[in-house]
Design a protein around this ligand. Structure first.
Ligand SMILES: [Zn+2]
Ligand SMILES: [Zn+2]
Length: 322
């Protein structure tokens, strides 16, 4: 079968690989659609390391061969009984298998999966929508953790797919959202989704603009741009005793001189919110379809990666189909 295999930075190609073994209670899932994520791009650009030969992909749906059911594949398999699992942190499981990272991922014609990692798809969720569940689950995780009150200010740095989903879900929670990005085409979408204010960081001083809007600083700040520069900006945006979620990048040197009692946390992946994420898409409360800018076949995987890497293409979510 064909799969997207990592061979090194800027060297991810479609290769012929052995069919997966379907043993025990496992079932075969035939790939239908998946999407490329910032994590895949970190590997592609050589910013993060990955094992040579690893199959990429952690956000995808397919069809169960045994039942014919369409399903979303959950990329984290946790053990259920280690220190972190027992304390309610399955994404930190000490024996976790992470598809597309520590195990072969979903960008392959088929995948052997445990049934408990498969979520059935309602018929009103299309294959390409079901290819974009992971960032919805992450956005839910972050906003559930922040526990905002109605009218709280949430500043979202970066309006790529993850940032735009943070914007959508923060608004759904009754927050006022300040969306920040370098690109106007992305900020236009933030406005379309209802952001209360948009800031183009190329044109405006972000800390000044956020202070002007919020007076005391933003109750919550979400870093979804994925740069150490934006990480380092967060203490200057958040109000005292506010909270900062680092989801795009977590490296950088924080100057916490004025950030009295601010809490910082990182989060990258949330298996727990997958069922709710699918439900929100099905109920049309979250729009993922509007984030899709490009579609490619699995065969055209390299072209898809190059598109995500080319700002001139104005990419948001790039979807891969069988
Ligand atoms: Zn991802
Ligand atoms: Zn565990």
């Amino acid at each position: 079968m064909k799969a997207a295999v990592y061979r090194g930075p800027h060297n991810i190609k479609i290769e012929e690989v052995p069919e997966p073994e379907v043993k025990g209670r496992r079932v075969l899932v035939k790939f239908k659609s998946g999407s490329i994520c910032g994590t895949d791009m970190h590997f592609y650009r050589g910013e993060w390391k990955l094992k040579n030969g690893r199959i990429l992909g952690h956000d995808a749906c397919g069809v169960r061969e045994d039942t014919g059911e369409r399903v979303v594949m959950v990329p984290v398999v946790n053990c259920g009984h280690c220190y972190f699992c027992l304390r309610g942190y399955p994404s930190l499981c000490m024996r976790a298998k992470l598809y597309g990272l520590t195990r072969d991922g979903f960008f392959a014609e088929s995948k052997s999966m445990m049934p408990r990692s498969l979520i059935p798809l309602p018929s009103n969720v299309s294959d390409e929508e079901a290819a974009i569940v992971e960032p919805v689950a992450l956005a839910l995780r972050v906003l559930n953790h922040l526990q905002p009150n109605l009218g709280d200010w949430v500043t979202v740095l970066g309006q790529g797919p993850i940032g735009l989903l943070m914007t959508q879900i923060a608004l759904m929670k009754g927050c006022r959202v300040i969306a920040v990005d370098l690109e106007d085409y992305r900020l236009e979408l933030s406005e379309k989704y209802g952001a209360d204010a948009v800031i183009n960081a190329k044109k405006e001083d972000v800390p000044k603009a956020v202070r002007k809007l919020t007076k005391m600083g933003s109750d919550f700040v979400i870093e979804a741009a994925g740069t150490s520069k934006t990480v380092e900006q967060t203490p200057f945006l958040v109000r005292k005793a506010g909270k900062v979620a680092l989801v795009g990048e977590s490296e950088g040197y924080l100057n916490l001189g004025d950030a009295d009692e601010v809490q910082f946390f990182t989060v990258y992946l949330s298996p727990v919110e997958y069922p709710s994420a699918v439900e929100l898409i099905s109920r049309k409360l979250v729009d993922v379809k509007g984030l899709i800018t490009h579609r490619f076949k699995l065969d055209e995987f390299e072209k898809a990666l190059k598109t995500v890497d080319n700002p001139a293409e104005k990419p948001l979510k790039v979807v891969i189909t069988q």
